[in-house]
Write a protein that binds this ligand. Structure first.
Ligand code: ATP
Length: 356
């Protein structure tokens, strides 16, 4: 396992920007995810690490060795693509063996390594099957075995689950994570799916339009989003316009529209800006941070929509001119109706100031 460092890396396509000024330091054995909407530059960044694109600016280092312009086949990386890129008329064995044959290993060594890789992904009995006789999930596992069989220093996965149905995606997610932990291989994973990113990663890099928005653990990204984009892309969030009316000790009081005041326990925004009275800011409140009944930061509103998911009762509530999404854990409590009045409160630590 090796570390991967990107040092101020940019990629231009003609005059348009693919990615801009990416700085990351992936530790040996880490599971690191690039997350963002379509076109944000995830694949471009991964392709530069693989060596399919060279950066327009900046350096790429594996274990402090400069690989910026090294050819892909000299980087010892394993890669799984969204469409798997398998040879459809060849068998499972032949597909997995391909990279070893290119490396001119002996037949006996190849047999041993391929069989071990088949076992790793639970395809021991499928060696003689053709790829086009396999299910999508099985093909995905062949692609994974093919990437792992060469014992890569770095594993690169580009949306490897997007062709699977929801149930299989969930199972395979766990399977990939199990393998990664077992093998300890440094892994970089590309996805636009926040659940995949949250459940699998040690750290996540959130990107938008070629620019890094935040790098952090799943918990940091969720609990301390640095801006509006991250707060709304990862999970759900109520983002409300507010004005600072008081800063006292380690508490800040802000005013929402309609003279609703709430108190938070932080005096600077997520991106480190000190707050002062009169300033306009944005407040992020997660739906699950809002509770029914009386308590701190209490407001009253009118229910506009009700949704019952089994796990939770979700309300959309009009509070003054603001719309708040509220998620109440279902404990068999009474479900209110559209038009009903509801009293809500938010503990101070549920009020998070994102600044922009
Ligand atoms: P997706 O999830 O849709 O694959 P992505 O986040 O992986 O998106 P990229 O494929 O990295 O995004 O693209 C980033 C930007 O660079 C986009 O604006 C895209 O149009 C542009 N781009 C990517 N590859 C090329 C190319 N070969 N030539 C020109 N522009 C490109």
């Amino acid at each position: 396992m090796k570390s991967v460092r990107l040092d101020d890396v940019s990629k231009m396509f003609g005059t348009s920007v693919g990615v801009e000024n990416v700085d990351i330091d992936v530790k040996p054995g880490e599971f690191f995810t690039f997350l963002g909407p379509s076109g944000c530059g995830k694949t471009t960044t991964l392709r530069m690490i693989a060596g399919f694109y060279y950066p327009s600016k900046g350096k790429i280092l594996f274990d402090n060795k400069d690989v910026t312009t090294l050819q892909p086949n000299k980087r010892n990386i394993g890669m799984v693509f969204q469409n798997y890129a398998l040879f459809p008329h060849m068998t499972v064995f032949e597909n997995i063996a391909f990279g070893l044959e290119v490396r001119k290993m002996s037949k006996a060594v190849i047999k041993e390594k391929v069989e071990r890789a088949q076992k790793l992904v639970h395809l021991e009995k499928y060696g003689t099957r053709k790829i086009n006789e396999l299910s999508g999930g099985q093909q995905q596992r062949v692609a994974l075995a093919r990437a792992l069989v060469i014992e890569p220093d770095i594993l690169l996965l580009d949306e490897p689950l997007s062709n699977l149905d929801a149930k299989l995606r969930e199972e395979t997610r766990l399977e990939i994570k199990r393998l990664q932990v077992e093998l300890g291989v440094t892994t970089i994973y590309v996805t636009h799916d926040q659940t995949e990113a949250m459940t699998m990663s040690d750290r996540i890099m959130v990107m938008k339009e070629g620019v890094v928005q935040q790098i952090g653990t799943p918990q940091e990204i969720y609990n301390q989003p640095t801006n509006h984009f991250v707060a709304s892309f990862i999970g759900e969030s109520n983002i409300l316009e507010a004005e600072v009316v008081e800063v006292k000790g380690d508490a800040v009081k802000v005013k929402l529209d309609d003279d609703i005041f709430v108190q938070g326990s932080m005096t600077q925004t997520a991106n480190g800006k000190k707050l002062s009275v009169g300033e306009s800011i944005k407040v992020s409140i997660r739906p699950e941070a809002v509770f029914e009944g009386t308590g701190p930061n209490q407001v009253t509103g009118t229910i506009q929509f009700v949704e019952f998911t089994g796990v939770s009762i979700n309300y959309v509530v009009k509070v003054g001119s603001n719309i708040m999404k509220v998620m109440i854990i279902n404990k068999g409590n009474e479900i209110l109706k559209r038009g009903d009045s509801i009293t809500l409160h938010v503990p101070e630590k549920g009020i998070y100031l994102i600044g922009e």
